[in-house]
Design a protein around this ligand. Sequence first.
Ligand code: R5P
Length: 277
Amino acid sequence: MDWGMKNRISKIIRPQDGRCVMLAVDHGYFLGPTEKLENASRVIKPLLPHIDSLMITRGVLRTSVNPSVEIPIVLRVSGGSSIVGEDLSNESTTTSIEDALRVNATCLATSIFVGSKYEYQTLTNLAKLVDEGEKFGIPILAVTAVGKEMTRDYRYLALACRIAAELGAHIVKTYYCDNFEKVVEGCPIPVVIAGGKKLSNELDALQLAYNAVHHGAAGVDMGRNIWQSEYPVGMVKAVRAIVHDNYEVKEANQILATEKEIRTPSTVNTTNAVNTT
Ligand code: R5P
């Protein structure tokens, strides 16, 4: 592997512990102005000090992130379908390698839809993107998107992750599942997990991150469970503590609890209130 490729991967997955905290804010590429991500700039800015990399499209990068940002960019380069369209799996590569280089992307991300109507198309998209990335030393993150007709179990996810690795992806993003260690075992590249839909309980989201890294994940690429929380900074700090500092869920939740106390105006007012009654 070339120096440039190794260097870029080391920006995404920390060599110190082999783990990563990636923040996903690319949802708009097929979901439009996703709830609580309507103003991407406002969402992203306070989270930047707590993440290792940012997964984003070129449009939102250019419009909503200051170019002096020090966080490496994982550029979403697949798309072409929408939530109201005929089939989400009908994706192609939507950003050229030249434009990815122009925005100084550290890694490129593309979805694969194994078992879907457009399986062949999305798998060959990945293979071609790997060829392009290899020319310039840019790693590829394959995202194992799961169609409605597929089950998110370890057999399916292991199949999708292994295929991604076989086609040359350098990192794969998938979902956590029972027997997750079997997904990791059958996949020779680092596996990171998506958070999925916002869970009603923050503790469950922290438990998900904990379970994933304790069953072999190289970290997280989470979105909604962080920025749809009432306390996104607290959530990202708590997730980071689990991924990089080996915190237990309860300890990480304490970080979130502290953040809630700091940021809840009523608490501040109560603490400083002068009793006038
Ligand atoms: C989905 O295709 C998007 O690429 C998201 O980046 C991914 O689902 C991770 O975000 P979340 O944790 O919200 O599921």
